[in-house]
Ligand binder design. Structure first.
Ligand SMILES: Nc1ncnc2c1ncn2[C@@H]1O[C@H](COP(=O)(O)OP(=O)(O)OP(=O)(O)O)[C@@H](O)[C@H]1O
Ligand SMILES: [Mg+2]
Length: 350
């Protein structure tokens, strides 16, 4: 495939649900985005924002009113029924509630998409075994979905979605029904599959932490409109839309300092010569041990009150709230040094 052509190219997409009795509902309005081969593209929005509608337009389950949705260079709405079937085969899909068939075993569920093709029975069995190995479920092949945990059921669904060797995997809230640890392991599995199979992932979620963990690009959708999109690191480092800011706030404890300051908590009480500072890691170049450096170089006591630094797309992102103590000149020198290292500096109390 030509890597210059986006795998999914959406231009000015508008989708309106019409029903006789109720008012028309505009689910998507003028949506444009590009998903490139190899992206793990996160789409985040509140309930009803239009996320599921967007994925349903991508795999041709839903028509649209205006604009264009091209998958692998071809307009989805114009596909013949045969081409549409092939689009869906090459586009795996997983859901919040797994959607497994309760009457079939794990192996039986994974085998389902293979039955439509012309694969011989013994080849199917080999393929199923291979897929179960890929998701770490070889031992459970003969079990039924009801005997599995949520995380295991989602693994079955992932194996089933990969059966026809898709190059796009659409994930609609696939971790929303799972606990935080299971969520982590499923996200890790998606990341591993992305890395080993080279599959492009479109990941729908309402949790910013999910995006932060595995995506490289993000689009924020609000009432059917994209309010912000870009590389995950850039959007986290400098969010523009209010909705994006509020999503990011849910992934960090750094805003708690505002409450502590408002309550005059003993944690933030100051003596002469002390200041409270928020340091934000917003540049990809930061790699040094800045806290110990300024402490040594400027003879300061540096006391971390809150810290939340994560590695996003290979670079540290987040920040620290610190109390520092020293002479005015030394503090000034340290602040200048930090600014020169591209650290965002905000004096919260002095
Ligand atoms: N088949 C339908 N008929 C009419 N309206 C619909 C239909 N499907 C979705 N809608 C409406 O379109 C809007 C977008 O729905 P959609 O399911 O895409 O949102 P979502 O972002 O996936 O929400 P959630 O996070 O709750 O899954 C909502 O207002 C919804 O009520
Ligand atoms: Mg949805």
């Amino acid at each position: 495939m030509n890597h210059r052509i986006p795998v999914v190219e959406i231009r000015n997409l508008t989708k309106i649900y019409r029903s006789g009795e109720e008012e028309d509902k505009t689910a998507l309005a003028d949506v444009s985005l590009d998903i490139d081969a190899g992206d793990i593209f996160g789409v985040i929005g509140l309930s009803g924002a239009g996320k599921s509608t967007l994925v349903r337009c991508i795999n041709g389950l839903e028509g649209y009113d205006s604009g264009s949705v091209k998958v692998r260079g071809r307009e989805v709405q114009d596909l013949t029924p045969a081409d549409l079937r092939s689009l869906r085969q090459r586009t795996g899909m997983i859901f919040q509630h797994f959607n497994l068939m309760p009457s079939r075993t794990v192996a039986g569920n994974v085998e389902l998409p293979l039955l439509e093709g012309s694969v011989w029975k013994h080849q199917r069995a080999a393929r199923v075994a291979e897929l179960l190995e890929l998701v770490g479920l070889s031992d459970l092949a003969d079990h039924y979905p009801a005997e599995l945990s949520g995380g295991q059921q989602q693994r079955v669904a992932i194996a089933r979605a990969l059966a026809n060797e898709p190059d796009i995997l659409l994930s609609d809230e696939a971790t929303s029904a799972l606990d935080p640890n299971t969520t982590k392991s499923i996200l890790q599995l998606l990341r591993d599959l992305h890395d080993s199979l080279g599959i492009t992932v479109v990941l729908i979620t309402h949790e910013m932490s999910v995006i932060r963990q595995i995506c490289n690009k993000i689009a924020v959708i609000d009432h059917g409109t994209i309010v912000e999109q870009g590389k995950v690191f850039d959007v986290f480092a400098d969010p523009q839309a209010q909705l994006t800011k509020s999503f990011i706030a849910t992934t960090s404890n750094l805003d708690k300092i505002t409450d502590l300051l408002a309550q005059d908590s003993p944690l933030v009480a100051l003596e002469p010569g002390q200041v409270i500072l928020r340091m934000s890691y917003v540049s990809k170049e930061v790699s040094e041990a800045l806290v110990s450096y300024i402490s040594r170089a400027f003879d300061l006591d540096v006391n971390i009150i809150f810290g939340d630094i994560d590695v996003v797309d290979g670079s540290p992102l987040g920040g620290l709230v610190v109390k520092i103590a020293g002479t005015d000149d030394h503090i000034k020198g340290a602040l200048e040094y930090l600014k020169s290292r591209n650290i965002g500096i905000e004096i919260l109390k002095s």
